[in-house]
Design a protein around this ligand. Structure first.
Ligand code: DQA
Length: 150
C-alpha cells in the first residue's frame, strides 16, 4: 500500500511563533511545531512536508503543487483565514481533504476573526489548543483518510 503523504501549510506571521504575542500563541516556535509534527507522522506512519509563507500567492501555488503529491492538507492560514477567497478557491480547486487549524480559539477573539473562508470547504477545524492544534489536526486528518481507504 502506498504511504499517505500530508502537506502542512503555515500562513503569514507564523514564522514569528515563539516571540509573537506569546500570551495568545504560546512560546513554541514554528521549528518545534514542525519537529513535533514530523515525530507524530512517524508514529502514524505517514510522510509529511511543512512549508510557511507570508505571501498569499505563494500559498496558492503550494496548494496547487500538492496535487498528485499529497493526499491531505493541514492548514493554518493565519490572517488569510479571514480574508482570502484565493486560498479557499485553491483548496476547493485541488479537492484535497483539508483540516483547518488555529493555535488560538478564533471564536473567543475579535469579531473579525470569527469568520473563516476555509471552514466551509474543510473536513473540520481545530482551534484553541495552542501548538497541540496541529497534532490534533494531523491525527484527525490521517484518521479520516484511513477510514476513506477502508
Ligand atoms: C491564527 C489566528 C488568526 O486570526 C491570526 O491572524 C493568526 C494566527 C491562530 O493560529 O490562532 O495569524 O491563525
Amino acid at each position: 500500500m502506498l504511504q499517505i503523504s500530508i502537506l502542512v501549510v503555515h500562513g503569514p506571521n507564523l514564522n514569528l511563533l515563539g516571540i509573537r504575542e506569546p500570551q495568545t500563541y504560546g512560546s513554541t516556535t514554528l521549528a518545534q511545531i514542525n519537529q513535533n509534527l514530523h515525530q507524530e507522522s512517524q508514529r502514524l506512519q505517514v510522510s509529511l512536508s511543512c512549508l510557511q509563507s507570508n505571501h498569499e500567492g505563494d500559498l496558492v501555488d503550494a496548494i496547487h503543487q500538492a496535487q498528485g503529491k499529497h493526499q491531505g492538507i493541514v492548514i493554518n492560514a493565519g490572517a488569510y483565514t479571514h480574508t482570502s477567497v484565493a486560498i479557499r478557491d485553491a483548496l476547493a480547486g485541488v479537492d484535497i481533504p483539508t483540516v483547518e487549524v488555529h493555535l488560538s480559539n478564533i471564536y473567543r477573539r475579535e469579531e473579525f476573526r470569527h469568520h473563516s473562508y476555509i471552514a466551509p470547504i474543510a473536513i473540520g477545524q481545530i482551534s484553541g489548543f495552542g501548538a497541540n492544534s496541529y497534532l490534533l489536526g494531523l491525527q484527525a486528518l490521517v484518521n479520516y483518510l484511513q477510514s476513506q481507504g477502508d
